[in-house]
Design a protein around this ligand. Structure first.
Ligand code: F6P
Length: 359
């Protein structure tokens, strides 16, 4: 068997651990592995395939990024094509891609990605390519799996940042507003905010009211707590407004959220008179070494993907259903982003700890 591995979408700590586990588990069966460079680009642009053996995956478990490279600009279902008049249209290059897989003699694909890459994987499978998916994203918004690798590392990095913000916020009697990633799901903000003892957490699932946000800050002032930490998910929005975008989607690109943290900070300063600062933690959340949890999950996912191929089970994503790694059909996963359930225990815990959601 010749197995191809692709890493697509935004990177997440643990990608290299998955690659290593796929390769070593495949070699254990005397199978061959190749990596596709930068998502699926290697099969389009002549940069080609990277043969992956024991040597190539040595010492990479703890490394962030991906040795294959990745992109969130190369969707074969919506490939940007420049027209003679200078406009750009999106074309479907999936069949061309499947042709390239056949020419290269690839028997199966392990596609490691988030919702976007898994949708592409599902379409390639529907058109006849044997595919197994591995869920990856720091956002933790893939349904069918308890968690994705990368999430724990992102939360750990963000919690570290909150610990540091606390000391400077308290020293200056300031309100510090920190914007975290997560797209349309509040997982990173929620887990970080609780672990890092934020006073206010704003998530997309609970539209916020600026007055209620400020009430919490005033309440702290009254009891002699002159500083506050506000965690804002990048996809959070006010009850009477919309999400804030840094960039809107054009042919071949996606919407990019960004800016709500600064808006919230301005609103707080205007309404309460408190000295307020905002920061965007940004791509720091995607970088660095995976945590032990993410390494282990990534290694288990990679190995399980090869076992699924060995069992002839395709069109599935490996998933974490504690304590086991299981398989979930693509149909149960694609187009169903996992957001924070409002009645979940973790929301209740936050409320019982006195954290405000601005509602
Ligand atoms: O999906 C991962 C993620 O980091 C999101 O949290 C964020 O909105 C987006 O990717 C940022 O994408 P880019 O790397 O294109 O700025």
């Amino acid at each position: 068997m010749k197995i191809a591995i692709s890493t697509g979408g935004g990177d997440a700590p643990g990608l290299n651990a998955v690659i290593r586990a796929v390769v070593l588990t495949a070699i254990d069966r005397d199978w061959e592995c190749v990596g596709i460079r930068r998502g699926f680009h290697g099969l389009y642009d002549g940069t080609g395939l990277l043969p992956l053996g024991v040597e190539e995956v040595r010492g990479i478990t703890h490394l962030g990024g991906t040795i294959l490279g990745t992109t969130n600009r190369g969707n074969p279902l919506r490939w940007p094509k420049l027209q003679p008049d200078g406009s750009v249209v999106e074309i479907d290059r999936c069949d061309e891609l499947i042709g390239a897989f056949r020419r290269e003699g690839i028997d199966a694909l392990v596609s490691i990605g988030g919702d976007g890459s898994l949708s592409i994987a599902a379409e390639l499978w529907r058109r006849g390519l044997p595919v197994v998916g591995v869920p990856k994203t720091i956002d933790n918004d893939v349904c069918g799996t308890e968690t994705t690798f990368g999430f724990d590392t992102a939360v750990s990095t963000a919690t570290d940042a909150l610990d540091k913000l606390h000391t400077t916020a308290e020293a200056h009697d300031r309100v510090m507003v920190v914007e975290l990633m997560g797209r349309d799901a509040g997982w990173i903000a929620l887990h970080t905010g609780i672990s890092g003892t934020a006073d206010i957490i704003l998530i997309p699932e609970i539209p916020f009211d600026m007055e209620k946000v400020c009430d919490k800050i005033r309440e702290r002032e009254r009891v002699g707590r002159h500083f506050a930490i506000v965690v804002v998910a990048e996809g959070a929005r006010p009850v009477d407004g919309t999400a804030v975008y840094a960039e809107r989607r054009q042919a071949g690109t996606s919407d990019r959220l960004g800016g709500v943290g600064e808006q919230v900070a301005r609103g707080i300063a205007q309404r309460t008179g408190k000295e307020t600062r905002s920061l965007v933690l940004g791509h720091l959340q995607r970088g660095g070494s995976p945590t032990t949890f993410d390494r282990l999950l990534a290694l288990r996912f990679g190995s399980a993907a090869i076992r699924s191929i060995a069992d002839g089970e395709f069109g599935v994503m490996v998933a974490y259903t504690p304590p086991n790694v299981t398989r979930v059909p693509f149909a149960d996963v694609i187009g169903r982003p996992k957001t924070v359930p409002l009645d979940s225990g973790i929301i209740l815990t936050a409320r019982h700890l006195g954290i405000s959601f601005g509602d």
